[in-house]
Design a protein around this ligand. Structure first.
Ligand code: C2O
Length: 587
């Protein structure tokens, strides 16, 4: 179990505007998980350590998989030389590794679909300003309070709805208006900006280590714009508390057709009381009665089991010259993507929430990402004395541009995002029912790897994921001691995942699974998943995921085994996805 250094402070009287509406008190089970406590607003305070350790070896492993690099280059050249010669220089060579800098927004282009070569039918470029100020975090005078969406009462929603309505009423060219704010997300994810130091590469802040800090800044200004519009400097965004059973439905006010929080472009089958599936698959929905239990196991995996190393939480390194999507972190590729896909329209393109160009047009996006941001705060708190952040300038000095609440264009850096209290906001405290939810195995000491007759991994890849793929993967080390395990995490690396970013994709990964019950993710055999929502700007990328094995192998009691049976189970978009290889590494 991870060392927990949480300290809780009681309500500091920040607000009395929160009450629990009775319908939100639905209980989905009566079992071992604690129910939500603390209905009075409390602040989630997490101990912050100054011990920013090193995780460099690991970080360089992540981007330095040179065979993969060559592959990618060949693939890109094979796409008709769309990428120039600059791409021939390995993007992670130390000499040119510099943090990504703010894009030149005057060079924003609508972009072309790189597969069809047709211009995109969406233009999300921002108003241009040449007056850019380096943003300094203002001293915190009043703390903003971010409540759980299912606990915030009428008084809170009256304010929130008023603020969103005022934002929608701003002139269309005001960078703070609802649509301009939605376009901020579109522009940073739809390959509309050149990278500042490498015009051959486009900027993409998803599927890499920019995911958490970039979205934190996005919400920060969004919240300040809303607060300014209603004259309330303590206004905080609500968080959609989908990691708790009480929050696993769409929060009521967002589903009210008369509310400015409503968006018609949602999956109509997923309005309350439908349960949000954090392992959502459009093609093969899971059994309703498994969802809560699956969800809590998914959260445990993303927040505890799979994230011993920084890269596996934050996502892979991305610096000037890096091609899009080097690899997403656990929350990004899992629960986060699931909630996007589940909420958006039941169409292949999934607007609004289920497509990255349009997702900011649904007000629920901001409640969704506020929860993602809260999970970042919680994860840092759970780290205790372990490193919480990269110490590399390549991460800390990376910077982005946003319009602030005064419509001033500002340049902000990653290093200013590490402490949410310094940024002037805190989270309501709610229970974390996933925290000790370590799954049990279906079968202990399974012999399935010996008896399955599955082929060895190195004879199978690359392979198309149009059916379940089962392979035997050899462990370079076995019977590791407790010390070994503390020193190095054992990781299953699934690499060369080649996907078209315009498609919804999901596949699940199981280890030594005898029963083939792909609906049941609440057992130790479930190792994790890959998923993505579509982007307007379609491009083929090669990406990878890494899944922690140390705890899983303990749970299954197979530490002494030399081979593991790994099953890749496609749920969506498998026919168009291929996998380059699987290996086990120690980092
Ligand atoms: Cu910028 Cu949830 O995506």
């Amino acid at each position: 179990m991870a060392t927990i250094s949480l300290s809780w402070s009681a309500s500091n009287g920040v607000s009395s505007a929160f009450s629990l509406s009775p319908q939100r008190r639905r209980k989905f089970f009566t079992g071992k998980q604690p129910h939500l406590t603390g209905y009075a607003p409390k602040i989630h305070r997490l101990a912050v350590s100054c011990n920013h350790g090193q995780d460099r070896k690991h970080a360089s492993e992540n981007v330095g998989n040179s065979p993969g690099k060559l592959d990618r280059r060949n693939v890109l050249l094979g796409m008709g030389g769309l990428y120039g010669a600059a791409n021939l220089v390995p993007s992670d060579s130390p000499a040119m590794a510099t943090p990504t800098s703010s894009p030149d927004i005057s060079k924003c282009t609508r972009g072309t679909n790189l597969n069809t070569r047709k211009p995109l039918d969406v233009d999300c470029c921002p108003p241009v300003s040449t007056n850019i100020i380096d943003y300094k975090l203002p001293p915190v005078e009043k703390m903003r309070f971010r409540p759980a969406a299912q606990l915030a009462g009428k008084e809170y929603y009256d304010k929130f709805e008023k603020a969103i309505a005022l934002m929608k009423a701003l002139p269309a060219d005001d960078p703070r208006s609802f649509m301009q704010q939605a376009n901020v997300h579109c522009a940073y994810c739809n390959l509309t900006y050149e990278q500042a130091g490498d015009p051959k590469q486009k900027l993409q802040i998803h599927n890499c280590w920019h995911f958490f800090p970039w979205h934190r800044w996005y919400l920060y200004f969004y919240e300040r714009i809303l607060g300014k519009l209603i004259g309330d400097p303590t206004f905080g965004l609500p968080f959609w508390n989908w990691d708790h059973p009480d929050g696993m439905v769409m929060p009521g006010p967002f589903a009210n057709k008369d509310s400015p929080l409503y968006d018609a472009r949602r999956n109509q089958a997923h309005l309350p009381p439908a349960l949000l599936d954090l392992a959502y698959s459009a093609k093969s929905p899971r059994k309703q009665n498994k969802i809560v239990s699956n969800n809590l196991t998914v959260m445990y995996g993303e927040m505890v089991r799979n994230v011993k190393k920084l890269d596996d939480f934050y996502g892979a390194k991305y610096v000037t010259g890096t091609a899009p999507n080097p690899g997403p972190g656990s929350v990004e590729r899992g629960s986060h993507i699931a909630a996007h896909g589940w909420t958006g329209e039941a169409t292949p393109s999934g607007e609004d929430m289920g497509n990255f160009y349009s997702t900011g047009r649904d007000a629920i996006f901001y409640a969704h990402h506020t929860n993602v941001d809260r999970l970042w705060t919680i994860w840092r708190g759970l780290r205790g004395t372990k490193p919480k952040d990269y110490t590399e300038a390549d991460w800390l000095d990376a910077n982005y541009l946003f319009y602030d609440e005064n419509a001033q264009l500002v340049r902000v850096t990653v290093k200013d995002t590490l402490d949410n209290e310094k940024m002037g906001y805190v989270y309501q405290e709610v229970d974390l029912p996933w925290l000790n939810n370590r799954p049990t195995p279906r079968v202990k000491k399974s012999k399935v790897a010996e008896t399955s007759g599955a082929p060895a991994a190195d004879t199978v890849f690359p392979v198309k994921l149009d059916k379940v793929v089962k392979v035997l993967v050899t462990r370079p080390k076995k019977s590791r001691s407790k010390k070994d395990k503390e020193r190095e995490e054992e990781l299953l690396v699934i690499e060369g995942i080649e996907v078209d970013t315009a498609k919804f994709v999901r596949f699940d990964v199981f280890v030594n699974d005898e029963d083939d019950k792909p609906d049941e993710l609440d057992k130790a055999e479930f190792a994790g998943s890959f998923s993505q929502v579509p982007h307007k700007n379609s491009i083929n990328v090669k990406t990878k995921i890494r899944l922690g094995l140390t705890e899983l192998l303990e749970d299954l009691d197979v530490e002494d085994d030399e081979k593991l049976l790994v099953s890749l189970v496609p749920k969506d978009g498998g026919e168009e996805t291929s996998i380059g290889g699987i290996k086990i590494i120690y980092a």
